[in-house]
Design a protein around this ligand. Sequence first.
Ligand code: GLN
Length: 540
Amino acid sequence: MVNYIVVTGGVISGLGKGITTASIGKILQFYDYEVTALKIDPYINYDAGTLRPTEHGEVWVTEDGGEIDQDLGHYERFLDKDIPKYHNITTGQVYHAVIEKERRGEYLGKTVQPIPHVTDEIKSRIRKASEEGVDFVLVEIGGTVGDYENVLFLEAVRQMRLEGEKVLFVHVTYVPSIKTLGEQKTKPTQHSVKLLREIGIQPDFIIARSEEPIDDVRKEKIALFCNVHEDDVISDPDVENIYAVPLLFEEQKLSKKIMRKLGLKARRRGEKYREWKDFIERIEDLREEVKVGIVGKYFDIGSFKLFDSYISVIEAIKHASWKNGFRPRIEWIDSKDFEKDKRKLKILDELDAVVVPGGFGLSGIEGKIRAIEYCRTNNIPYLGLCLGMQLAVVEFARNVCNLKDANSTEIDENTPHPVITCLPEQIEILRESRYGASMRLGSYPAHLKKGTLVHKLYGKDIVYERHRHRYEVNPDYVEILEKNGMVFSGKSPDGKLMEFLELPDHRFFVATQAHPEFKSRPMKPSPLFDGLIRSAKGLL
Ligand code: GLN
């Protein structure tokens, strides 16, 4: 029988529930359990593809082409496995399915209601994940307990336990420290658990997020007021390295406690624990820095800047740096600065490498093109991802091929040289304003050209990377770009789409139409990021 661990959140959002969920999965893997995870998002959007990154962070792309909440990225990275798109359940999908069934007459004669019809739909979607032959399904419920919009999801998991399924509830809360008091306060946690219990859910564990570890006095208090055993209050203080969280849980014997509560036979800890522990110890000892600049556009939210939209790029840089023995230092560079003042480009000299990540829209584009030109002409290692590849082509067309005002038609529809154009199948979609799940999405193969740097880095003839875009290199310009020295080192199997490019005379100038950051894992970095870091440190 499959075991479910439901993770809810309390007090505030942004506690790192995704990392907590992924870390619980990881400690179960330490005991050789098969684990998977799914994320429930209570919004009405069908998927995350149409959400603004400033509000919701990065859009994660799955192997099978789902545009998903970024927490699935944490699951993939921690659990080291691909998670399919149906592991993201939104209110939009659930209601859509229920209404379609109603129209088909599947509930004929019945009044279709939130309970039981919507909750039944939710349960059947959660249960589907258990058919993958796993021991554990982790279910993270988005939002905060007390929100109006996640109530039906909580109701569904409450029913699952009542129906005899093996379900444990983990509640992640926040224990703030008030400076003027010099003390950690548990009241918000007490209130949040009270709300959860009103819904009919008694948490089995409370994971207390806080700046500093919580002490025994706080544990006792939380235990008493929240009706849990003291041992089941797990301290989860801020850590510098998110991948250390599983070890923090393991030290507090959370996995053993989970197994005991679920009546599972005690198991020995396997190889995976050692591997992870050695990995964490090794990276924590690293001293020498590698400085990587991400040239993007950064959005201010009030007085704060949001970096969440590049989370997988950041993680991929970390993985590659660690593998090569360096401590990554990421510099945030706002491309708009280069538009105002060209002299600012000098700051790129202080970096070991530069990345231009994916993006949409017009703002900051010319600044990015200037940064790419600077990297190309000053031999600074450069990696372009999706938009970062498209702009590398624009820059090369303008400044090397002398194609004046060359551009992407996404940016300038009337450019005399549309070196980047809309994919043919995308033109119709855009005309009809069908924006949802309509880009070129998910994993696609590319054939790599022997003798190129990209081929050497991957060490393979055919590679699969994930995509999310509408535009591509215009086939009409490939010849002139190649004649001027640009090498397309990877193409789609029919040879029509340019998937990878490089400049052979440069130390490291590589770009791809794909998003290799989505396949980077802590101990298995993406080959392109690995190459970038090695080149940055003269190891390539
Ligand atoms: N906006 C570009 C396109 O749609 C690039 C997308 C991206 O960087 N993911 O093709």
